[in-house]
Design a protein around this ligand. Structure first.
Ligand code: PLP
Length: 341
């Protein structure tokens, strides 16, 4: 198969229309046979539940070309499970996990020409999304849905090296106590847009959101979980019921504990203790880990000893190990690397 003629190394993180998308419609209480289609547009009722009441959930994962030329996806079974958990929470029908993984196989295979070659740092971003297509005017769950997977090539997250980010402790909340912060629903992202715009307009890269009840503990950013490294080299990740359970964070925690032999603790992290950490990073599918150099909380500036030039040494080790596993250079735990072709 001939690859598309793209400058893989200079791609950004943008929507690109690729050749095929996978769709399956839910109607009369069941999911229909899924299929690959070429039309990138969606036609639905002007009264569709997604348009008025935001009944939509999504996922994000990536296909990579490994060192030996195989196309693989990192832990798609975890995305299948999280999509089901998200759907259930806003009264949408679950999409079967086995069918989810088969659908990823089909759509990635069909778009294999768009999967960036090994060594470019680029990947094929896979965006499964499920939304209410059925009409509703009273506030209630719709009767009809579409499950769709779109894919697009995206560039290396860090062009020319990972520069540490500067964060602002946000005056806004991302989630509510006992709300929807733990699911991957579009509504959470709509409400983070203003906070994001505010942080950017003040010159910050990202927001650090605090727990919405006491505003005392660290939650996450609009699109990534936090990792901290103590001065003794222990990995600490914030515990909260209102953050998204990041697949990257759970994988890094496993790698730290079982591959690198580190001590790992998942616990509430107070804003007041940020100054005591040696390293800080953000983790998620997009960049695996983005280093954080500085956090500004009102008049207080917290500068991590790892500095503003490069990733801290422990963060770097975690990053190199997980990206090495994704690229097929380091053996990954059983079941993590799903081979497509
Ligand atoms: C709010 C939020 N937190 C964390 C993450 C990281 O999750 P993952 O590692 O599964 O990509 C994401 C991205 O999906 C996110 O949107």
């Amino acid at each position: 198969m001939e690859k598309k003629n793209l400058d893989w190394g200079s791609l950004g993180f943008e929507y690109t229309v690729t050749d095929y998308r996978y769709i399956s419609d839910y109607k009369d209480g069941k999911w229909g046979e899924g299929q690959l289609i070429e039309d990138p547009n969606v036609t639905m009722s002007e009264c569709a539940g997604v348009l008025h009441y935001s009944q939509t959930v999504f996922e994000g994962c990536k296909a990579y070309t490994t060192k030996d030329g195989k196309i693989v996806v990192f832990r798609p079974d975890m995305n299948a499970q999280r999509l089901q958990d998200s759907a259930e929470y806003i009264e949408m029908p679950a999409y079967p996990a086995d069918k989810f993984v088969e659908a990823i196989d089909e759509v990635v295979k069909a778009n294999a020409a768009w999967v960036p070659p090994y060594g470019t740092g680029a990947s094929l971003y896979i965006r499964p999304v499920m939304f209410a297509t059925g009409p509703v005017i009273g506030v209630k769950p719709a009767d009809e849905y579409q499950f769709r997977i779109i894919t697009m090539p995206v560039g290396p997250y860090f062009k020319g090296g990972a520069k540490p980010l500067t964060l602002m402790v946000s005056p806004y909340d991302r989630a509510a106590p006992h709300g929807t912060g733990h699911i991957k629903a579009g509504l959470n992202y709509a409400m983070s847009l203003h906070a994001h715009h505010d942080a950017h307009s003040k010159g910050f890269d990202e927001n650090m959101f605090l727990d919405p009840k006491e505003r005392k503990y660290v939650e996450e950013t609009g699109g990534a979980n936090f990792l901290f490294v103590t001065k003794d080299g222990e990995l600490v990740t914030p515990k909260s019921d209102s953050i998204l359970p990041s697949i990257t964070r759970r994988s890094l925690v496993y790698v730290a504990e079982h591959v690198l032999g580190m001590k790992v603790t998942t616990r509430k992290v107070e804003v007041a203790e940020l100054k005591d950490f040696a390293e800080c990073g953000l983790c998620g599918t997009a960049a695996v880990i983005s280093p954080v150099g500085k956090i500004v909380n009102g008049d207080e500036e917290i500068c991590f000893p790892s500095g503003m030039e490069e990733m801290g040494p422990v963060t770097k080790k975690l990053y190199d190990t997980l990206t090495g596993m994704q690229a097929g250079e380091i053996e990954a735990p059983e079941g993590w690397i799903h081979e497509i072709c």
